[in-house]
Design a protein around this ligand. Structure first.
Ligand SMILES: Cc1cc2nc3c(=O)[nH]c(=O)nc-3n(C[C@H](O)[C@H](O)[C@H](O)COP(=O)(O)OP(=O)(O)OC[C@H]3O[C@@H](n4cnc5c(N)ncnc54)[C@H](O)[C@@H]3O)c2cc1C
Length: 392
């Protein structure tokens, strides 16, 4: 480990690896500091991604793919099932353990130095500018200096806060999640299932994502401000014993997903936040892998430019906020508002919508047709969605 790098990346998830890859490609020296023992493990994710999203950044490797997804099923509170086929594109359930590892290898191949069991516990400041990190590496306290720090430290991010950025997520925007990886269940290996409504997952959804022969990730995310009343684990256990009584639980995990709008300002002098640390998750779906890769790539490219220009100031780095806004920030902001509309629907409204959609023949279930069916059941939805797009 050197005493100094041009750029230090905190966190070895998709955002951190993509950031480091782009910094190294841009010709600057960079290291990744990851607190866990292994890159890619433990996995805290449902592991679902869209093929098109992934293709933007990497050549998809067969060893990453646990399942190819062509269909999805939505189940409303009274059990009405809507089956739809993805038009044109497919999705994947990844093996994130292998995927994250390979992304980090890609960064290393481009020249990034990677250190695991490297827990960053503070920032170094010089003239109010972030100038490096303090860390514990394999039991030894160290300091490393840099021109820039990229915080890719995920949902539990503290780096931004240490630098004085307001990174807290409102409880209503934090999905509290619990997931089991289970074996010995009968499922369609190419279909993902979502269960919605307060009986399954208040303010969120429950998912069944197939992961190969008779196995799946089965998880639940409930709205953070419902956790006083509902217990995610209890709801998930009830679901499992009802729907898959013979399931064997191989792994279990819990975690949070920040389903907020992206941070409007994710930079400080000498610092850029990327991925979950900058609230870049798609707030409607809770999917954050692709947007973390996007945020990491944009942040990494700008960091390399900043090293070349020898300008690490927030006035230079502010471009990052504009790039994010243009690339997906505005869209995520709209998704956030749509999420709020959807989560205000009652179980009865969700059932009514599901029954209307079910009447549309499967081959004609386009987004427009589904929207029309929703509006017939709840006309005020039309105004809510217009308001979202008008930015009111
Ligand atoms: C239950 C659950 C299910 C999900 N399902 C999906 C899904 O199906 N599809 C999808 O697209 N997204 C899903 N997500 C979201 C997705 O996992 C994240 O959005 C994505 O991993 C964000 O990538 P990241 O690189 O920003 O953060 P992370 O992948 O969380 O990586 C952050 C890294 O930083 C490290 N770190 C943290 N603090 C420090 C420190 N102080 N020092 C050093 N290292 C540190 C962590 O150990 C971690 O490795 C899910 C999340 C959860 C919790």
């Amino acid at each position: 480990m050197q005493d100094r790098y041009d750029v230090i990346v905190v966190g070895g998830g998709p955002a951190g690896s993509m950031a480091a890859f782009n910094v190294a490609e841009g010709g600057a020296s960079v290291c990744i500091l990851e607190k866990d023992r292994d890159i890619g493990y433990p996995v805290r994710c449902g592991e679902a991604v869209g093929e098109l999203g992934l293709k933007q950044f990497v050549d998809i490797q067969p060893q990453w793919i646990a399942a190819s997804i062509t269909d999805f099923r939505l189940v409303s509170p009274n059990g009405t099932k809507i089956d739809t086929r993805f038009a044109g594109q497919k999705g994947f359930i990844l093996h994130r353990r292998i995927f994250d590892y390979d992304l980090c290898r890609k960064a290393a191949s481009a020249g990034a130095h990677v250190f695991t069991k490297a827990y960053v516990n503070g920032l170094i400041f010089e003239n109010n500018t972030v100038a490096g990190v303090k860390l514990n590496h394999l039991g030894t306290e160290k300091e490393i200096r840099s021109h820039l720090v990229i915080a890719a430290d995920g949902v539990e991010s503290r780096v931004g806060r240490w630098a004085g950025l307001r990174t807290n997520v409102k409880m209503k925007d934090m999905e509290s999640c619990m997931q089991y990886s289970v074996a010995n269940i009968d499922i369609d290996p190419n279909r993902i299932d979502f269960y919605v409504g307060s009986v399954y997952a208040p303010g969120g959804y429950l998912w069944v994502f197939p992961k190969g022969e008779k196995t799946a990730n089965i998880g639940i995310g409930i709205c953070g401000n419902q956790t006083d009343i509902f217990n995610a684990k209890k709801l998930l256990d009830e679901f499992l014993s009802r729907e898959y009584p013979n399931a064997a639980i191989l792994t279990s995990m819990c975690g949070g997903v920040p389903c907020a709008s992206p941070l409007k300002n994710a930079v400080k002098d000498g610092l850029i936040l990327v991925g979950d640390a900058a609230h870049q998750v798609n707030p409607m779906t809770g999917g954050g892998i692709i947007s973390a890769m996007k945020g990491g790539s944009i942040g990494g490219r700008l960091a390399a430019e900043s090293i070349i220009s020898r300008d690490y100031s927030s006035s230079f780095l502010k471009k990052y906020n504009d790039f994010i806004k243009k690339d997906f920030g505005d869209t995520h902001q709209r998704f956030h508002k749509i999420k709020e509309v959807i989560s205000s629907l009652t179980d009865i409204e969700l059932d009514g919508i599901a029954e209307n959609v079910q009447k549309i023949p499967e081959s004609k279930r386009t987004l427009t047709q589904i929207f029309k069916a929703c509006v017939i059941k709840k006309p005020s939805l039309m105004f809510d969605v217009i308001k979202v797009f008008a930015g009111v």
